[in-house]
Design a protein around this ligand. Structure first.
Ligand SMILES: Nc1nc2c(ncn2[C@@H]2O[C@H](COP(=O)(O)OP(=O)(O)OP(=O)(O)O)[C@@H](O)[C@H]2O)c(=O)[nH]1
Ligand SMILES: [Mg+2]
Length: 424
């Protein structure tokens, strides 16, 4: 999974990116050979407790494991994650985050980084547009004063990105339109569906994206009838419906700590809108990895490890952050990523194992892998994600919780533990 951060200059994209990808050293051993400069790995808490919680309960009940001790640094977790970490059964799973620079007017016409910018966006599974909800600076770098002005600036900013995407998609559509409409003449509605699907696979379009976009379009315009006669307005509207499917845009209303009121309520988006405080998240994560405080991303509070080691300025800064955090219920940074990944994209976490009883891999490690996959993924498709050999040789799978044998089309759900049997 790849989530792109986009927005005009100075809104806090890089701050958000650093905060979200700043992992404690002990969890940052993700094995990527090459990773582009603006790509990082964010560790996100799985929505359900790690299955090592159930495993521990089972082992304790059998008298094979002592109950958790008060001073257990892992607060009961007994899994051995190959990537990420697990403390108190909160399993952290990796996702790619991309800081996509270069949102300037006219990208669709090749201005700025132009098509390079747009294809960066197309490579992402979801987009988060970071906006400056405090109105600290306008396009020229001047502060915006009135709340209504911030509201209209936010509306302008968000519609600016969607309009850029709309014109880009319109360009692609317009380019092949005569061929597309000929296919409708020859093959009917089905022709248009196939044409759109082919035309936009490069941008990640699935058949269901296209069908849903056409549904929305039909609701607005009625039957598809004679596309070769359509006005530019009508083709542009189809582009808009496609964009809503291909690029749902979630909004990080950043700098919420300095915002007057809740100007983000004025924004309309076909995605999640979440107030965020990226620089506070960055400060808290740094203080946490420096051992000054103990803070879990997404938390609404933190503990100071040893107050006697801090100077008065540090204590002041921390206590003011603590107040703001309590008021807002968290910085919103981790929460937004988690909502995008698990709610908007409807993904779940599945744990493949080699031993369905002990929930270990072939080397005896407990629940080493946590895969982020589409909800309801079939067992065989999961096998392919683990290894192509496992997919090719797929025989059957075993549900590690019920110990039931299941077939290739068994749909996996959140927090499943799955053993895959394959011919070797
Ligand atoms: N008050 C406040 N300031 C923030 C917040 N997040 C970031 N900033 C500040 O906003 C300024 C710009 O942050 P960057 O992360 O560099 O912004 P950017 O969007 O990456 O900017 P470009 O790379 O120039 O496009 C910095 O001074 C940050 O400290 C926040 O949540 N609250
Ligand atoms: Mg930046």
């Amino acid at each position: 999974m790849r989530i792109g951060l986009v927005g005009k200059p100075n809104v806090g994209k890089s701050t958000y990116f650093s905060a979200a990808t700043l992992a404690k050293v002990d969890i940052a051993n993700y094995p990527f050979c090459t990773i582009e400069a603006n790509v990082g790995v964010a560790f996100i808490a799985a929505p359900m407790p790690c299955p090592c919680k159930d495993l521990r309960e089972r082992l304790e009940a059998d008298g094979r494991l002592e109950p958790v001790s008060d001073d257990d640094p892992r607060q009961g977790s007994i899994c051995e994650p190959r990537t990420g970490s697990c403390v108190g059964y909160v399993r952290l799973v990796p996702t790619f985050l991309v800081d996509v620079a270069g949102l300037v007017p006219g990208a669709a016409d090749g201005r700025g980084r132009g098509n390079a910018f747009l294809s960066d966006l197309a490579n992402c599974d979801a987009l988060i547009q970071v906006v400056d909800a405090a109105g600290l600076t306008d396009i020229e770098g001047n502060p915006i004063a009135a709340v209504e002005d911030v509201e209209s600036a936010l509306k302008e900013e968000t519609s600016f990105l969607t309009e850029e995407l709309d014109s880009w998609i319109y360009g692609i559509l317009d380019d092949g339109w005569s061929r597309g409409s000929r296919r409708v003449q020859a093959e009917g509605d089905k022709g248009l569906t196939t044409f759109l699907h082919e035309r936009f696979t490069g941008l990640g379009a699935s058949l269901s994206h296209v069908l849903q976009a056409l549904d929305g379009f039909r609701n607005q315009w009625g039957d598809l009838d004679t596309p070769w006669m359509w006005s530019e307005e009508k083709v542009r509207s189809l582009a808009l419906h496609l964009r809503c499917q291909l690029f749902p845009i979630h909004i990080a209303a950043n700098k919420a700590d300095s915002a007057k009121g809740t100007p983000w309520n004025a924004i309309e988006a076909n995605g999640i809108i979440q107030p965020t405080m990226a620089d506070m998240e960055l400060a808290l994560r740094r203080a946490d990895s420096g051992g000054m405080i103990s803070y879990s991303p997404g938390g609404d509070s933190f503990d100071i490890v040893d107050e006697s080691k801090l100077n008065p300025a540090q204590i002041n800064a921390l206590s003011s952050m603590k107040d703001k955090l309590a008021q807002s219920g968290g910085t919103g940074v981790a929460e937004l990523l988690s909502n995008v990944l698990f709610n908007a994209l409807d993904h779940v976490v599945v744990y493949p194992v080699a031993d369905e009883n002990a929930w270990k891999d072939s080397e005896g490690r407990i629940l080493p892998d946590a895969f982020v996959v589409p909800n309801g993924i079939e067992a065989k498709a999961l096998a392919y994600k683990v290894h192509s050999d496992l997919g090719d040789g797929f025989i059957k799978a075993v549900d590690g919780r019920s110990r039931r044998i299941v077939g290739a089309d068994h749909e996996c759900s959140d927090s499943d533990v799955i053993k895959i049997h394959a011919k070797s």
